[in-house]
Design a protein around this ligand. Sequence first.
Ligand code: SF4
Length: 354
Amino acid sequence: MDLKQKLKSNIRLDFDDGLKLYEFDLFELGFYADKVRQKRFGKEAYFNVNRHINPTNICADICKFCAFSANRKNPNPYTLSHEEILKAVESSYNNGANEVHIVSAHNPHTGFEWYLEIFKKIKTAYPDLHVKALTAAEVDFLSRKYGFSYEQVIQKMLEYGVDSMPGGGAEVFDEKIRAYMCKGKVSSDNWLKIHSLWHQKGKMSNATMLFGHIESKAHRIDHMLRLRDLQDKTNGFNAFIPLVYQRQNNFLKVNKFLGSEEILKTYAISRLILDNIPHIKAYWATSTINLALIAQEFGADDLDGTIEKESIQSAAGAKSANGMKLKDFLDLIKSSGFIPVQRDSLYNKIKIYN
Ligand code: SF4
């Protein structure tokens, strides 16, 4: 069937369709993606009031694209104490945050309990705060380092108060690209397996894709299709988050960077390919807030949140180190023609800002 006919009839797209979509005129592609977005969410734009905490940047791995871990380009190793973390959580909680998003480097010196105790202390002090923590890459690291199965690590996460898993560590699933840019990190199959095990516990997670570096368009479509296959089985992904590669302070040699058009096309294509993942998130920390606002017209319905403090993308050049004030965030969404909807981590609506 002709691709445009498929789009008009909402017929599931395949790999070749995904590639062909990149050849569409940007605004025609946006039209189709926006139609799907509007059907589901109208003009509502989701966000949450959250706090990102990155407890340590000391890492046993050496991903070429990474500017966050302590290495020779970023020689400032740190590990926050639990007291420092709790202080940050307290301040964010008092400012209205309902989620803490905790992602660390793979620190080989702290011990497994150090990670787990953070979650327990937060949950004990703030039982209603949603703890989103440990990427599948961290689960894999902890499993290998301390000799636990994935199931055992996940059981501990549940016991110590982790509510949902972030989508990081997926990068690009293609095995050759992965071997070049993050050899030693969790494999693609195991990333998917860990999320599958988490979903089997009745828990939700997100999925990312790091794009705009050495991967091809075909690798992006392949990545999306692997996620769609898993989602058909588990239905545990809340959101897909295409992360735009940040170019500073890392060891990945990239000669050509993506322009806005291809970034917007990638948002739109993910909306059209991922017919079973409800939310497409334009994570403004990597796309810039201006492009994230435009991405709302190209299939994205979620802008992440106020973040408050961010260390991973900002280390690579993103302008996200200090997050964004809630009022500014609301004003920007409204002036872009959308209705800000504050949500919780599981996309229940908390407040609609008409
Ligand atoms: S991306 Fe994560 S695992 Fe890889 S080097 Fe950076 S902190 Fe370590």
